[in-house]
Design a protein around this ligand. Sequence first.
Ligand SMILES: Cc1cc2nc3c(=O)[nH]c(=O)nc-3n(C[C@H](O)[C@H](O)[C@H](O)COP(=O)(O)OP(=O)(O)OC[C@H]3O[C@@H](n4cnc5c(N)ncnc54)[C@H](O)[C@@H]3O)c2cc1C
Length: 757
Amino acid sequence: MKNVSNQVPYAICCGCGACANTCSKGAIRMVENREGFLVPQVDEALCVDCGLCLKACPALQDKRENDHKPDCYASQAPDNIRAISSSGGVFTPLAEAILNRGGFVCGAAFRNDWTVHHIIIDKKEDLDKLRRSKYVQSDTEDCFKRIKALLRDGKWVLFSGTPCQVAGLYTYLGKEYDTLLTVDIFCHGAPSPGVWKRYLKENYKPGTIADVNFRDKKAIGWSCSHVAITLKNGKKEVSDNYTKWFHSSVILRPSCEDCKYSKIPRPADISLGDWWSISKIDTKLNDGKGLSNVLLNSEKGKNIYASLNLSKSQRIALPDWYNNGHLRHGIKLNRERDNFFRDNMPLNTDKRTKESTLNQFDLCYVSIYYGRNYGSILVSYAGYKILQSLGFSVLALNKPKCVWERPIEEVDDVIQLAFAWRHYDHISPMYPDLVSLGKLNEFCNGFVVGSDQIFSPHLHLDTIAYLQYARTDKVKIAFGTSFGHESYLSNADRIYKNKALLQRFDHIALREIPKNIVENIFELNASQIIDPTLILPKEEFHKLANASNLNTGEPYLLTYCLDMNSKKENAIAYIAKQLNLRIVYIRNLQHMDRRYEPSLFHSERDYTPEDFCKLYQNASFVVTDSYHGSCFSIIFRRNFVSIINTERGKIRYEMFNDFGLLHRFYSSPEEVYNTKDWMEDIDFSQAENIIAEKANFAREWLSNSLSSLRKQEPSHIEQTACEDYPKKQGLRKALSKRIAYPVRDFFRSLRKMIIGK
Ligand SMILES: Cc1cc2nc3c(=O)[nH]c(=O)nc-3n(C[C@H](O)[C@H](O)[C@H](O)COP(=O)(O)OP(=O)(O)OC[C@H]3O[C@@H](n4cnc5c(N)ncnc54)[C@H](O)[C@@H]3O)c2cc1C
């Protein structure tokens, strides 16, 4: 028997429910699969092999095609509607136009349990149920069947949904109806309803939620990076713990990859989205309160749009580069997707850490493992593993909420979080502020500040890097830490404070010794060690590479550039041509640094750190502008060219001179055209000998610096879950203690500086 269950693989099934709606024998039910998505389940005993479900399936039929060049508008509904809508609110006047004709409107609404289902309404009073985006794939239930009955009765119907749902409705209906108006929303992808239910279950007691708003303009402005949840007790919580997995394409349906329905020409009469990036076209159009991007894909769509009463409607030429909602190119799902579903990863990054705090640790490790840069992630990993290899139990400090305020749209740190989840045994909670960071003293005997440029004044990580929150009796060490640059550009107050804090450290080993900073400004007694990625045995990075399931394919030139520009792009293409290699490009994870998109090659996707290692392991040649990109060329023994990125600090490159590799470093991309030296194979023996020697020194230095900790008996502080701390100790006492220690330490250091004791 041929039916959807054996003819439509999960990879292409969009879960629209057209098949279940079409089966007159009731043989098809939509059931939730292990990833939480609805898929058709066929009862073979009831199936009569009629093949109607296959005819109704949009995955097997050609897409309904509208205009290849739709009219595009920047539009706004009146302000009172806009304020309670996701974008410019155009959905509401469209829906009202149909209701005014005595018609019906079908769209996505929350149920009492906050799951999302399509419903059909016929009154304006019910419109608010459909308003606002719910970032969860909606269950269309039997709506297609009911819509068909209404259309056959000659009623007007507006159906709104994702492009695949609209496509499903058309293939289900099998013919056009004059009284059907369809609206498809621009769609980043359909997130798993099962994951949404898990998120609610893990974080909220049943029956406690009064409202869920993914587009709460009052709380988060015109943005879609957070979900605002109002509780029945009046408390409102705004969090990105769910939405970051959505925006990073981790919790999307497999069929969202390269979605055929989202691209122009679109299936619906009208497409609605946010006019993100409008400021690049016309700054005056963005008042920060929401603007709709309206595409009129058919004559019917144009006619009905023309009849609306809108506050703003300005025709705009849709630029070729505009790919919001995947209008032009499809998306690749996140490489973490399968790990996420397989490992049941917590959506809430605090989750795992709560358990960790019941333990006692030798060390708290302060690094930026959550940095948006493969170098930061892997150097943090190296430091963590080195400490563990010396026999210490280590708690990695999670990103405190008080540091690194980032633009609200940027939530793409899933790759780093998932990597840490796989490789770090213990991660601390996300402490909200300096006072609560003091809780670490309760269960850590010492603190190690790791790499990379965590001491840099430009990164503004003072809150965590200078260990202000660590008590005087705790061991404090800097291991491979860097100031990044040769000068410390900051104000006198900050320098004065950080000097006092640095002088509380017991041992300091820096990756570079910028003389002016170390000797003149901070007057430190510091050793120098190599970068921790070179201290960790390279077999550890090969293990990471071997854990990646990426298929690297034909020989390639790997390029990992943090700051791409046209000169670098041309030089990379030139080298690849000379070597007859295709190009694999690893982009910076930091979205803000993706200002320049090369046109001669492109990045397939964001890679996991394991993929990053595998791409290095198998590369035929590497071109990089990254310090760590150069380190990994040496670790994996790859021929490379490094274009020195002076803006990111050049002092760190001095090390490569000792390795006898400075001839592979160019101060500008044009230099590659004047020489063919880079074509010669690199002899890594000198570098490897020096690295082995320096790595031994660094390990010994660390072991000696931590020897006091080894002798120390574990302190018998009551093992208190930090969440309970204020309750158990009394808030005032806890706060005064946490403030008193750093203040006392500060004055002690000051006294030491002034009178020498
Ligand atoms: C999962 C999802 C992904 C999206 N991705 C993008 C994107 O990448 N870029 C972009 O510009 N816009 C995206 N949007 C669309 C955008 O958020 C707005 O829905 C759209 O601009 C309409 O806004 P409005 O102000 O006109 O009306 P609103 O009143 O906000 O209208 C909401 C409309 O969206 C429909 N809707 C809400 N939730 C769902 C759902 N779960 N499934 C199907 N339909 C739903 C309702 O039925 C209603 O028609 C997405 C929406 C969803 C639901």
